[in-house]
Design a protein around this ligand. Structure first.
Ligand SMILES: [Zn+2]
Length: 228
């Protein structure tokens, strides 16, 4: 299984090369050699924030809106420009993983991400580790399925802004969800020096059993097989 090396670069970003498997100290060949040679290899720490995004259908979206979750309209073009500039600043190729979407980070589980996974366990771990500082809905990106909305939940340290009724609803929703696709991105520090990782899930299959479970693993992320 593809898994990103857990070493940190000099700029505190997660290494963009692949490791063999998901262990706490799992490195790409470059960092493994440094480690074997007795040189210092820093491991990436916990991110300052985790942005969790789910594709939700209209039914769930309107249910959440009746509970007070706002629908916001982001400026997609400005965001894309910011991603390109961020990649350039870190001397990284912005279109390395996706040819039409700019990235400055590394996809922790490879370009294809995880399939048939549950993120409920991760969500609970994040509630323990952080505060929910924001929750809102937005439309899907231009070109995406316009019948869906995206639910964005922002975990960080700071003032709690989560709406408990909505969070309970999200937990119910996640407990009964298997996701066809899940991508975790480890990003380099932003302009304020803070590191934000993102978790994106889509293709919810409510009636199917997950094959894997996503875990926080102290900010390194890991996936475990579900015992059958
Ligand atoms: Zn590495």
């Amino acid at each position: 299984m593809t898994y990103a090396c857990v070493a940190a670069t000099e700029q505190r970003a997660r290494c963009r090369h692949w490791a063999e498997d998901q262990k706490v100290k799992t490195f790409c060949s470059f960092h493994q050699k440094r480690w074997d040679d007795g040189m210092t290899v820093d491991i990436v720490g916990r991110p300052d924030a985790v942005e969790f995004k789910f594709n939700v259908n209209e039914k769930w979206a309107s249910q959440l809106m009746t509970m007070g979750v706002e629908l916001r309209q982001p400026d997609f073009q400005a965001k894309e420009q910011k991603h390109i500039e961020h990649a350039e600043k870190h001397e990284r190729e912005a279109f390395r993983y996706r040819k039409d979407i700019a990235d400055s980070g590394v996809p922790v589980f490879g370009k294809d991400g995880l399939v048939n996974v549950s993120v409920y366990e991760l969500f609970r771990e994040l509630i323990e580790a952080y505060e929910i500082v924001d929750i809102f809905l937005r439309p899907t990106k231009p070109g995406g399925n316009q019948h869906m909305k995206v639910l964005v939940i922002y975990f960080s340290h700071g003032e709690k802004r989560g709406n408990m009724e909505a969070i309970e609803e999200v937990l119910r929703f996640l407990a009964s969800s298997r996701w066809g696709h899940c991508h975790v991105w480890a990003n380099p520090p932003g302009s304020t020096g803070k590191i934000k990782n993102t978790v994106n899930t889509s293709h919810r299959e409510p009636d199917k059993q997950p094959e894997r479970v996503l875990r926080f693993n102290d900010g390194l992320f890991a996936s475990e097989e579900v015992a059958s």
